[in-house]
Ligand binder design. Structure first.
Ligand code: ADP
Length: 673
């Protein structure tokens, strides 16, 4: 076994690999970019080496730097994680040339699976079932059309060198084929530098079912069962589970054996995933093989009780596979949800920003079994590469955490996932937590009726407005505000910042709020008369008491006859309330402070989304009219011009061309008037 390895990655997967190293007593070396100097993965490793600038091209993709770091620290092997250099045959080659073990398959296996067309030819020879189609060398347009006609429409055109869902075109009719072919070739050439295409029968309502395989250097190859990853958005996985629901024992074995045959056909070594597309109850076809550890490997770990990173390290150091096929057992059911910083309602646009408040459900980190209980499974596992206070930047994948649950049955795992998601609290970037909750609780997902079109087909239901516990959340927000402003639940208080009137020994205060989600303004009247407190909203007056709990941000309240406890995280004047499994946010309209701002005549100008400044059109001293363009930003390949909200004089410009700015960052200061 190795004594020391370098982890050529960042985020949760780097932390994940470091956790296994720690458990096995292997020293770990991390690498980091300028943006990651204080990242969690740097702290998780025993030592870490700076390798360059913030963008991946300047750091995590620079393999000469990574190999130099391995050499300098005496690391005997490199674990590439997933993404970045994990499937780069040149990197694997460079490691070998430097005498450093690459914890992954042989260079030839990476190369063989790198081209979809070549991989299909190999799989055909190994008798692995393929989607009916054409993957030949002859790329003559007339021949391709004849092949498509013979397959029968709809067909799917794929870039042979493609990946990440790019370079794919569905063609419905023979008449549309020529135009789709030309556009597919153009995209393939520009994205992958290779315009070769293949044609497949386009399957309707397919499932994505993949098989985890493992092979050692002695020729042993096993499968560690299957995962269903059908729930996808933009061809990216959102929820994954193991085992795939509804497979018979015979089908499971047939798919496992087909995956082993696929791995053997390329003399595979290490962890790999053979992806199949499935239709009906039992038709499965080879799609591609990923020659690395997958993001979703934890669900396999949960149902097999094994640490796949440990297996990778053992195999790479020359040990045989720890278990044989017959010794491998499936136990229970596991589901993983990927928690992303993104805005589902805005087409899943990535979101960035500081994680001002981050609370995950009770669970273990990165650990397969419950600590100290041999053979047991953790019920809830969290794999995360960030901590509260860290920032999700535009440079890397915006994943916050993977939430993994295990249960004796799928129903138990599902209930546990639902409860765990309700306990996730994130303040800062937008997240998909609520969206995940909706999918998990939806009928098609809970009944196991899975296919790759699930999100699209149920879009309306998944994005329909939900009724949130508004009254209870407002009560908690008022409790937090009254506490902050000096009130206690029982005693009199100065109420300095709140306008109020005294009436016969009692008093009344109006608290003005704005609901952050729908931007609506509303007011709540708090009154205390003798020992009786009430809150009035929308002409409904309820008895109101509140208390603050022992834990951070904990509050409780009774409002009318409902009793609620929850957490309120206060960020400036925004009160983020987490109660009854929902997140709500209200901004306190501090009327006194607003009046003061207006007097000082300051106009605040903030970035409407994270992005890059591409033009600054004014400088300090520029006199502007209302609507004068001030700064142009670019985000997601779209330009946005920020105009002056009122006439005035620019007093400060806070960013320059080329700067990355976070959502909500103030861009410049305008003296209004
Ligand atoms: P990429 O390498 O770009 O991820 P894949 O070949 O793995 O491309 O396919 C990505 C996704 O596209 C699959 O998970 C599946 O949802 C869909 N897909 C692929 N092939 C077919 C097909 N023949 N019919 C229907 N859907 C398909």
């Amino acid at each position: 076994m190795f004594n020391k390895i370098l982890i050529a990655n960042r985020g949760e997967i780097a932390c994940r690999v470091a956790a296994t190293c720690k458990r096995l007593g292997i020293a770990s070396v991390g690498v980091y970019s300028d943006a990651d100097a204080n990242a969690k993965h740097v702290a998780a490793c025993d030592e870490a080496v700076h390798i360059g600038g913030a963008t991946a091209a300047e750091s995590y993709l620079r393999f000469e730097r990574i190999i130099a770091a391995a050499r300098a620290t005496g690391a005997q092997a490199v674990h590439p994680g997933y993404g970045f250099l994990s499937e780069n045959e040149d990197f694997a080659q460079a490691c070998a040339a430097a005498g450093i073990a690459f914890i992954g398959p042989p260079v030839e296996a990476i190369a063989a699976m790198g081209s979809k067309a070549a991989a299909k030819a190999l799989m055909h020879a190994a008798a692995v079932p393929l989607v009916p189609g054409y993957h030949g060398d002859d790329q003559d347009a007339k021949l391709l059309l004849r092949e498509a006609d013979a397959i029968g429409y709809p067909v799917l055109l794929k870039a042979s060198a493609g990946g990440g869902g790019k370079g794919m075109r569905v063609v419905e009719r023979s008449e549309d084929f020529a135009a789709a072919l030309a556009s597919c070739k153009r995209e393939a050439a520009s994205s992958f530098g290779n315009d070769r295409v293949l044609i497949e029968k386009y399957l309707t309502r397919p499932r994505h079912v993949e098989v985890q395989v493992f092979a050692d250097q002695q020729g042993g190859t096993v499968y560690l069962f299957d995962r269903d990853c059908s729930v996808q958005r933009r061809h990216q996985k959102v929820l994954e589970e193991a085992p795939a629901p509804g497979l018979t024992a015979e089908l499971r074995r047939a798919m496992g054996e087909a995956a082993v045959a696929a791995a053997r056909a390329v003399n595979y070594v290490g962890a790999g995933t053979v992806e199949f597309i499935m239709t009906g109850a039992s038709n499965f076809y080879f799609m591609e093989m990923n020659t690395r550890l997958q993001v979703e490997h934890p669900v396999t770990e949960m149902v097999t009780g094994l640490d796949l990173v440990e297996w990778q390290l053992r195999v790479a150091s020359g040990e045989p596979l720890p278990l044989t096929q017959t010794q491998l057992k499936l136990e229970g059911h596991a589901i993983e949800a990927r928690i992303y910083a993104e805005h589902p309602a805005r087409g899943f646009l990535p979101s960035t920003g500081t994680l001002k408040h981050l609370r995950m459900p009770e669970g273990v980190e990165f650990t397969v079994g419950s600590p100290g209980v041999p053979g047991s499974r953790a019920a809830v596992r969290i794999d995360s590469g960030v901590r509260e206070g860290d920032t999700i930047t535009p440079f890397y994948d915006p994943m916050i955490a993977k939430l993994i649950v295990h249960g004796a049955t799928r129903a138990e795992a599902l209930a546990r996932m639902s409860r765990a998601l309700r306990a996730c609290e994130v303040v800062g970037p937008y997240t998909n937590v609520e969206f995940l909750q909706r999918i998990v609780n939806s009928e098609p997902f809970s009944s196991g009726d899975l296919d790759t079109g699930l999100i699209e087909r149920h879009h309306a239901a998944l994005f329909a407005p939900v009724k949130k516990p508004f009254r209870e959340a407002v009560a908690l927000a008022c409790a937090a505000l009254l506490t902050r402003e000096g009130g206690t639940a029982h005693g009199a208080s100065p109420w300095d910042a709140l306008s109020h009137w005294r009436l016969n020994g009692g008093y009344t205060q109006t608290l003005a709020w704005r609901d952050v989600e729908d931007e609506s303004a509303f007011a709540v009247t708090f009154a205390r008369d003798g020992g009786v407190q009430t809150l009035e909203h929308d002409s409904q007056r309820d008895g109101f008491t509140w208390w603050s709990g022992t834990g951070a941000h904990e509050f409780g309240a009774t409002i009318g006859d409902s009793h609620v406890t929850g957490r309120v995280f206060v960020d400036g004047d925004v009160f983020h309330v987490f109660c009854l499994g929902e997140a709500l946010a209200f901004e306190w309209q501090n009327l006194l402070a607003h009046a003061a701002d207006a007097e000082h005549g300051e106009g605040r100008l903030t970035a409407p989304m994270p992005g890059k400044v591409i033009a600054v059109l004014v400088e300090p001293g520029t006199v502007v009219e209302k609507g004068t363009p001030l700064i142009v930003m670019e985000a997601m390949k779209m330009e946005h011009t920020i105009g002056a909200p009122a006439a005035g004089t620019v007093s400060e410009v806070l960013y320059s061309v080329g700067d990355q700015v976070a959502d909500g960052a103030q861009l410049l200061v305008l003296d209004v008037g």
